[in-house]
Write a protein of this length. Structure first.
Length: 140
C-alpha cells in the first residue's frame, strides 16, 4: 500500500524515505484501517505523528497526524477510498485529534476537498491539506 500511496513521488525520486510512514508501527499517534476481500487487501489508510526534526510530506505541526491513503487501481472509483477515509477520520476523533493533514499531488485534491480538507500550503508539485475534526462529544 505504501508504494500505491506514494507512486507519484517515487517516480520522481525513488530514494525518498517513504518507509518512515510505517517504520516501527504501533507508536503513539499511529492508527490505520484496511479494506479487503477475503485475503486480498485492496486499500489502506493510516495516520502517524511526525516531529519537526523529521517531518512527513504533509507536516503542519507535531500535534497533527498526517494521513496516508491508498487503494489499488482495480478498486478505485468504487467508494473504497471514501470508506477508508471516513473510518480513519472517525478513529482520529476518538483519539482526540483536532485535525489531520496530508500531502497530495497538485491537481489531485478534489477527493479530499469533498471530505472537508482545505489547502494550507503548496509547492510546484504538491499541496498540504488539513481537515478540522469535531470532537466525538460534539457529534452526539
Amino acid at each position: 500500500m505504501l508504494k500505491h500511496a506514494y507512486h507519484w513521488r517515487l517516480a520522481r525520486d525513488p530514494d525518498l524515505p517513504v518507509y518512515r510512514y510505517v517504520q516501527n508501527w504501533g507508536r503513539h499517534g499511529d492508527a490505520g484501517v484496511i479494506s479487503f476481500d477475503g485475503l486480498n487487501v485492496h486499500g489502506a489508510a493510516w495516520y502517524r505523528l511526525f516531529s519537526a526534526a523529521e517531518p512527513g510530506f504533509g507536516f503542519v505541526d507535531e500535534q497533527t497526524p498526517e494521513l496516508t491513503i491508498a487503494v489499488v487501481p482495480s478498486h478505485r472509483g468504487h467508494g473504497s477510498g471514501a470508506e477508508l477515509l471516513e473510518a480513519l477520520l472517525e478513529q482520529a476523533r476518538r483519539d482526540d485529534f483536532g485535525r489531520i493533514s496530508l500531502s497530495a499531488q497538485q491537481g489531485q485534491t478534489g477527493f479530499y476537498e469533498h471530505h472537508g480538507f482545505e489547502v494550507v500550503g503548496e509547492t510546484a508539485e504538491a499541496v498540504t491539506m488539513v481537515v478540522q475534526l469535531a470532537p466525538v462529544t460534539a457529534e452526539r
